[in-house]
Design a protein around this ligand. Sequence first.
Ligand code: FDA
Length: 569
Amino acid sequence: PSSAYYDFVIVGGGTSGLVVANRLSELNNITVAVIEAGESTLNNFNVSNVMGYSTAFGTQIDWAYQTVNQTYAGGLKQTVRAGKALGGTSTINGMSYTRAEDVQIDNWEAVGNKGWNWKNLFEYYKKSEGFQVPTEDQIADGANYNASYHGMNGPLKVGWPTSMTNSSFFPVLRQTFEKLGVQYNSDANGGKMVGFTVHPDTIDREMNVREDAARAYYWPYEARSNLKIISNTRANKIIWANATQGEAVAVGVEATNAYGTQSIYANKEIILSAGALRSPALLELSGVGNPVILGEYGIPVKVNITTVGENLQDQTNNGLSWEGIDTLTGLATFSILPSVNQLYGNNVTALESYVKSNLITYAKTVSTASNGAVKESDLLEAFNLQYDLIFKSQVPYAEVVFSPGDQSFAVEYWPLLPFSRGSIHIQSANPSVLPAINPNYFMFDQDVEAQVTVAQYIRKALGTAPLNSLVRNEVFPGLDVLPANASSSTWDSWIKANYRTNYHPVGTNSMLPREKGGVVSPELKVYGTKNLRIVDASILPFQLCGHLTSTLYAVAERASDLIKESHLI
Ligand code: FDA
């Protein structure tokens, strides 16, 4: 067994971890190590190919986590993809770059996280971004932007693909949705997302490759001698100082690779960036969590925080497809983000009072499912905020994505703010055993109902001119399987038999005041510890309407400044 010493040790060289590694190692008197279970994908075509979405699934760079059987969703397991590579999940994701609704980020501050609001985070979205202004051809195909929303000098290249979906597709969608009352949004990245939009991607347009976190934040800086990447190495747990009083002091990380197990020491801090599905497990393996769960595996309690691994929030995705008349090529980045009023029209009042009257039941059910680890009153506050976002602020209620192809026309969708809540916990004290993931998909009927409404809305849109001129019959599921007047139980079983996760898990180490069930403080420090932080999707207290990476890059940029400030460096 060997050991090594650094100022900062980061666990997980993924989307968020590499941002922090980059910003801390800007200071050449500071040493930084990154422990990453995966390896470089710089020469992996499944990663770089901008048309290669899904080709990396099931390969060695995909953790392919399995959930536990999903009780409310037909009983089967789901595969939750996540990147096992330098660059993390940004190496296998869909590359969509959409941020969040401003009021959603403002809610972080409203619940007690001072300084976390849209105005502050907006500067960090821009700091991370290297926006590539669209070409004339791209503008003709629908690319558009408001320059004041974008950063031009950040490390992360953001723009439209070289080959966008061509010709008349953009005006056809625009006209169709305007008829349905959804207006064109020329740039959804300024904090107002509702509408029809042609969003940018994380792409390096000149090179025509995916822009993942490693390409943006690591490879251009790999020559820094104070930045060490320890790849193909799994972190097992935190090593603590021997103190028995006061805050717990993290001194290092125990890690295992092909050569054995070693200790990697940190003089200043340890930062967990292993993602929403792993950082809580690392806390539990290190004795931070719910004493009941730690006790089951004989792990001594270092810090008692019952909510570690709770508050898991994900979305569910379904798709329909039609026979297409034309062949449309190129990478499509067309999204409809309708509000609840736009989706439900006159029926919205009934829905609003139904949801309102159920919030207490939702809070009770989730609290009970957590065996009381999450308090009902904290959940009720969160559900009330979510209700207000949907019905008062009118944030997007769903995202609908169009992917026209070779005489086929696929449409995917996901309701953005489900009420279901789950958890993730270790199921062994052995760090090589993966945690038990239970998102509780479709825990509440309302989350199924949202799926049905969006699917019916898509059918309506595909039957509306001029979009209806691009398609023939519905191929999947087809009207024979799911007739226009299908009963709600037919819809229910179709949705549960065909859904997949939308791969947006958040919340499992929520940033909230400790008395409200938080795991990390507004400085992203784990409560009860002196020098252990978390920077990844697990700290987002609530689900977002945007895809996650843009916000994670911004959060990690801000976190890096907070870390530097606290050490006066
Ligand atoms: P991330 O997963 O990036 O990093 C965690 C890292 O920790 C990984 O590299 C992992 O190997 C490592 N690790 C874990 N355990 C470890 C251990 N014990 N020891 C050492 N290392 C360990 N978002 C978006 O903005 N646009 C999109 O189009 C999509 N599409 C999409 C598709 C698919 C298929 C997925 C799976 C996800 C998306 N997303 C997305 C979501 C987005 O990509 C995701 O939320 C972020 O990349 C997560 O970033 P994190 O930093 O939280 O974890």
